[in-house]
Design a protein around this ligand. Sequence first.
Ligand code: GDP
Length: 576
Amino acid sequence: TKPDDHPVQNGQSLRSPICCIMGHVDTGKTKLLDCIRGTNVQEGEAGGITQQIGATYFPAENIRERTKELKADAKLNVPGLLVIDTPGHESFTNLRSRGSGLCDLAILVVDIMHGLEPQTIESLNLLKMRNTDFIVALNKVDRLYGWKTCRNAPIGKAIRQQSKDVMNEFNRRLTEIITQFKEQGLNTELYYKNKEMGETYNIVPTSAISGEGIPDLLLLLVQWAQKTMVKRLTYSEDVQCTVLEVKVVEGHGTTIDVVLVNGVLHEGDQIVVCGMQGPVATTIRALLTPHPMRELRVKGTYLHHKEIKAAQGIKIAAQGLEHTIAGTSLYVVGPRDDVEEIKEAAMEDVNSVMSRIDKSGEGVYVQASTLGSLEALLEFLKTPAVNIPVSAISIGPVHKKDVMKASVMLEKKKEYGTILAFDVKAYIDNLKEEKKREAAEEAVFPCILQIMPNCVFNKKDPIVLGVDVVDGIAKVGTPICIPQKEFIDIGRIASIENNHKPVDYAKKGQKVAIKIIGSNPEEQQKMFGRHFEMEDQLVSKISRKSLDALKENYADDLSTEEKRLLFKLKKLFQIL
Ligand code: GDP
């Protein structure tokens, strides 16, 4: 690739600031990233925006072009902006570099309709812990009632187009949110009214759907970074590089995805990484980035580089990377360096986390998927309100040896004979299953059933019918109504029989017998022949609430066809 041409400021060249996106679920983090990437605007992936490993790079030229309406005369001294592709806590806690935060800046997304939510506050705490500066994107302004779209316009211009009512609503919500931040001990203000930058955090209203405020956000990020972080952003030859993820890639074996914050990496460089069983010294076999042209981006094909300069997201292939711990630093061994010293340095990340365990040897066993999440968990356990001592730690899935180690505590101090595992695969899966079971009552799968001729076995209490599943999936528990008869409720599917065998569900095309019991025991059940007839279709009774429960917990279980039906039913039931 073409190395960044590093512009010079006061005789020093700056590297690109690294930014990540944080915030509560559904505030629009992913959408905002898409929007600033420009993947949803007509021009496509234009203006030199490049997809890297785990990050997207925006050259200064692109930012200048997109912000020209703001008439910012300030010069851009950084080569560009690197935005990390995975928003959220998990990636942020892992974005660490020699003990401190890897991100220079963050965007904290807040939904203007919801204000501060639990994960907004968690994000704030993480940002504080890592000393990371942030800008608040007050997103979804287009949802203000009556908002007039001004596609990709600077926010000032967009706001001037709005009616008085919209303005009042905007101001009311803004004031409320500023108060909520104050309750968290933070001063915030609309960025163009902010006279105390540095003490008062900036708010930029945005819409990730129609692009209002995105130019402001981009410009502010870059200007803020180059104004307040010159020292931090000064390019240095000293390699500073963090492992984000460890992945097996066909044809390359185990690879590591890294962010190169400073310096240059070369093919053939001798490197040292921090491994679960100690330091690993190896040689870079390949430096890889995704193919620059979207249409050529086939899974598993990468561009090879002889060398790569910071800041960049890169995939590194080398031998022996299997046990690398995500969230640790990568070191390059120079010609005059002592490998043993570097190995020691490489283990420092883990050792510094290790040093937090209780010296008394009494405490719980803590396990997490990455060093970053482990560190965050230890931090949490140390807070006065929690205050749980930790005797040992481990990274990765829980194995028998971990259980053995943890059980030693049973003899010392029984109450600490516990493993606290965070983001460990099995644990998350259990949790999801549990949530699914809880949501089963609420979530309604879509189906349309047609009564078959001569198959009315019982007219009411319970209704027993032979039906043809015309579309979707009929499940035990599904509430049924008759849209043709003003959506009257005839009850819930209590059981299904296929060829005289009970089953939990029946799919499109199957012919089955169903038993429907009244949903309200206090009321007489509606009756076949009186409230509904042969030709009336039986349809799952859906609501906003049931749709949300279904989407949240069963999105992966729905086929495309079922999703399509759901969409049709949504219209039929006039759910907004
Ligand atoms: P995340 O969980 O924070 O990554 O949120 P997403 O980016 O997935 O967005 C959640 C939902 O909000 C999606 O349905 C988006 O289409 C929607 N959304 C995101 N940003 C906006 C916005 O600015 N305006 C509106 N109206 N909807 C948005």
